[in-house]
Design a binder for this molecule. Structure first.
Ligand SMILES: [Zn+2]
Length: 420
């Protein structure tokens, strides 16, 4: 038997990627494949039959996460390549899809070369990463990681009141295996993903290792003032929370910049009824802050709280009535060895950019809680994602897929060398 070095096949990878997009494609070239809808079920069934045809053993857990495992010489937890097949309602053909199909292509490359590994190698499809149909995002990987309970995962509903569990049952995707890293562990998790930002595109480089994912904190803040008549209340008598809010918006951006973080106010409203000729009674808004490091995140939040209190304190009759935390996810630092394997492989396959930190959340944030994890980003046109115009070239996809294969092989042989 001749054993050749495994190599991914660019044409095959790109053809598979496009043909799998027949399920959920939209006339504008984009995708609408919401988690666990009929098209998502179709592409999942296709993924299962493709990996079974390669001789993989396929199992589905209680969250519908699919694990297609190519056996190794030893019965060890697999080294996985995973991402998601669901999309935004006006999504593209690359976000997530690329990562799962890179896993499939890597399995094909190993099989074509009849290459044996000590560790099993798996392609994984995580359920409902986007959070577009069922809030929150990363539901499948979040339950698997133990961050969310199975009960929580199953009882999430879409806007029509349909639950995750009922959809899993309807598609026969409610697996008997527990959705848990303890009963179904992975030795490592690698993920190929489009960058979803402009850095690689601007730099003119195809690929980069990802060293971590920035954390985020979401707050709901309520500023209470006093509603009054727009025509009869002189400025000096007003208790207008919107004036305080306007000052906060400008201050927040300056604070985030000076802390090398990000902030976004993406929702603004009022608990009270609004009217054209009334001073507002209250302003309720959501603040999203992001940072790469935990200490930086803490400092950013402290500075926001201090400055907001100072500004509102200067507005007579207005107060911060409520500051609720909606969600907090600490920054993720990926495993140094796994990142190093991606970095080295990226250098071999092309000119790699320096390591990046992901601005968006991914399934790898959750796998990183329990197993060595790393990601590889490829360039996407204009940095655009979550839109039908999302695009990566076949050449960049080829570089990314080959990078990931070589990273997996390098990591596997390092791990195998440590076995007795
Ligand atoms: Zn994604």
């Amino acid at each position: 038997m001749t054993i050749t070095t495994p190599k991914t096949d660019s044409q095959r990878m790109n053809a598979t990627l496009q043909s799998s997009c027949q399920w959920g494609s939209t006339p504008d070239g984009g995708m609408n494949r919401l988690a666990l809808n009929d098209d998502d079920a179709r592409v999942r069934r296709w993924f299962i039959s493709e990996t079974k045809a390669l001789g993989c053993s396929v199992s589905i857990d209680a969250m519908g996460n699919i694990f297609a495992v190519r056996p190794g010489r030893r019965n060890l937890p697999p080294i996985a390549v995973g991402s998601h097949l669901d999309t935004q309602p006006t999504g593209g053909r690359y976000d997530g899809i690329l990562g799962v199909l890179a896993g499939l292509e890597i399995l094909k490359a190993l099989q074509a070369a009849q290459y044996e590994t000590d560790y099993p190698v798996a392609a994984v499809c995580w359920t409902n990463e986007e959070g577009a149909r069922f809030v929150p995002s990363c539901l499948g990987s979040g339950v698997y990681a133990g961050d969310m309970s199975l009960e929580y995962g199953h009882t999430r509903t879409d806007t029509a009141g349909v639950s995750v569990r009922s959809e899993l049952e309807r598609h026969d995707m409610l697996g008997s295996m527990p959705a848990s890293h303890t009963s179904n562990p992975l030795s490592a998790h690698f993920e190929l993903h489009i960058e979803q930002g402009p850095i690689l595109f601007e730099a003119g480089l195809p690929v980069a290792a990802v060293s971590g994912v920035q954390g985020w904190r979401w707050f709901e803040i309520s500023l209470q003032g006093r509603g009054s008549h727009a025509g009869t209340t002189p400025f000096g008598y007003r208790r207008d929370p919107l004036i305080a809010f306007a000052k906060l918006v400008l201050a927040a951006e300056e604070i985030a910049k000076s802390h090398r973080g990000l902030c976004t106010i993406g929702r603004v409203g009022s608990a009270a009824i609004q009217s054209t000729n009334c001073v507002m009674d209250d302003v309720v808004f959501h603040l999203d802050i992001r940072h790469r490091q935990l200490e930086g995140m803490d400092a950013l939040e402290r500075a926001m709280r201090k400055e907001f209190a100072r500004i509102v304190g200067g507005e007579e009759g207005v107060e911060i009535a409520r500051w609720d935390t909606l969600s907090t996810v600490d920054p993720t630092v990926f495993d140094a060895d796994a990142v190093n394997c991606v970095r080295e492989a990226a250098r071999l396959t092309g000119t790699a950019h320096d390591d990046l930190v992901s601005g968006a959340g991914h399934d790898s944030v959750f796998t990183a809680r329990n197993c060595p994890t790393a990601m590889c980003f490829i360039r996407c046109r204009d940095g655009i994602s979550h839109h039908p115009s999302e695009y990566s070239t076949p050449e960049d996809i080829a570089i990314g897929t080959e990078t990931l294969l070589q990273a997996v092989l390098a990591y596997e042989s390092k791990m195998a060398a440590k076995l007795a």
